[in-house]
Design a protein around this ligand. Structure first.
Ligand code: G5P
Ligand code: MG
Length: 224
């Protein structure tokens, strides 16, 4: 297999495990991870103009306007030209998808198809290290010390948009705006779907499929 720059997108409903599976992919396939949600949250922390605008949308489970998102993400991708990358959380509308394909050659879109009832339950247990985006879960992936990040020892937080009523709104937004993007990528012959209730069940299937597209560095096994 020729080793070339590989550009992929990971999609899935809120809480489907995009961040979890992305962390595993970038480690085993030596890719850079760009999460639109992490990028927005860091803009909010840094009180940038884009961050201040985005906060109101995020807190209500709505999408940040397309023009803001497209500018932010395409700009970040400019700094990653010489590296393989994985885009998580963008695109989320057909307009964003069109802008991405116009500007970047995409090799693959991975879709995590996880039932909604599993998601609502698992988001309740999520804890995040805001500066790095590292994700934990009280049962699935607990930190070594409760409430503290494994690497820095700093406090973990619960995301403001993880309140049950906001999660319900995010799932509705996903159905209305983001599900049509799946058909868009299917029509372009780019979409590969992975179905399951657990990240540890989905991960080996993602790894083995990706290995047919780009050279893995290694295979990390998770779970029993
Ligand atoms: P985000 O940040 O992109 P979402 O809603 O798409 O947010 P989210 O919530 O980050 O997605 P995820 O990354 O898919 O979820 O899931 P995850 O964090 O890996 O897993 C969720 C939890 O479950 C974690 O605690 C994890 O440890 C645990 N877990 C994983 N697997 C398992 C398992 O097998 N079992 C169990 N028990 N637990 C597990 O976007 C946020 C907001 O930003 C704006 C929007 O307002 C959006 O709502 N935004 C955009 N707006 C417009 N356009 C865009 N492109 C935008 N991108 C972001
Ligand atoms: Mg995420």
């Amino acid at each position: 297999m020729i080793s070339k720059i590989f550009r992929a997108v990971i999609m899935g409903p809120p809480g489907s495990g995009k961040g979890t599976i992305s962390t595993r992919i970038v480690k085993d396939f030596n890719m850079k991870h760009l999460s639109s949600g992490d990028l927005l949250r860091s803009q909010i922390l840094n009180k940038t103009t884009a961050g201040q605008l985005a906060k109101g949308y995020i807190d209500h489970g709505k999408l940040v306007p397309d023009n803001v998102m497209v500018d932010l993400i395409l700009n970040e991708l400019q700094n990653m030209k010489s590296h393989s990358w994985l885009l998580d959380g963008f695109p989320r509308t057909v307009t964003q998808a069109g802008a991405l394909l116009k500007n970047e050659p995409i090799d693959l879109v991975v879709n995590l198809n996880v039932p909604f009832e599993v998601i609502i339950d698992r988001i309740k247990g999520r804890w995040t290290h805001a500066p790095s985006g590292r994700i934990y879960h009280t049962e699935f992936n607990p930190p070594k010390v409760q409430g503290k990040d494994d690497v820095t020892g700093e406090d973990l937080i619960q995301r403001d948009d993880d309140k049950p009523e906001t999660v319900r709104k995010r799932l509705e937004t996903y159905q209305n705006n983001t599900q049509p993007v799946l058909q868009y990528f299917r029509d372009h012959g780019l979409l590969e779907e992975f179905t399951g209730r657990y990240s540890n069940e989905i991960w080996p299937k993602v790894h083995s499929f990706l290995s047919t597209k780009t050279e893995p560095l290694q295979y990390t096994h998770y779970g029993e």
